[in-house]
Write a protein that binds this ligand. Structure first.
Ligand SMILES: [Zn+2]
Ligand SMILES: [Zn+2]
Length: 115
């Protein structure tokens, strides 16, 4: 049972705790990034998947040699999707979390990793 903190819903930029860094995993084909960690605000385990490169070059280019897109650099914007109820969340809000959002820096590709 995760230790969820039922904060009031509020859209806010959250501060990632340095002692609880997020992990960023690149999919084998380089088109998905999975960000995992604890929401800095409501403390629940979050898993966030972002597509990358899907809207890139036209599909026919992808077929050739299945070249993965260039590794993503910079930050991935993530928002809380804990799925728990938070008071004051507007019913029409598409958010399923506490309203926290934050940036997760993408680690440089591992040296020697398979292309
Ligand atoms: Zn929550
Ligand atoms: Zn949260």
């Amino acid at each position: 049972m995760p230790d969820h903190v039922a904060t009031e819903f509020r859209e806010h930029e959250a501060e990632v705790r340095p002692d609880e860094p997020f992990t960023v995993t690149r999919s084998e084909d380089g088109r998905w990034y999975t960000v995992k960690g604890y929401c800095p605000t409501c403390r629940v385990d979050t898993v966030f998947r972002v597509s990358y490169g899907v809207l890139g070059p036209p599909k026919r280019l992808w077929g050739r040699g299945r070249r993965a897109p260039e590794p993503l650099t910079g930050d991935i914007p993530v928002y809380c999707q804990c799925g728990y109820p938070h008071a004051e969340r507007p019913p029409e809000s598409p958010d399923t979390g506490c309203g926290a959002f934050w940036d997760v820096p993408v680690p440089p590709p591992e040296p020697g990793a398979a292309p």
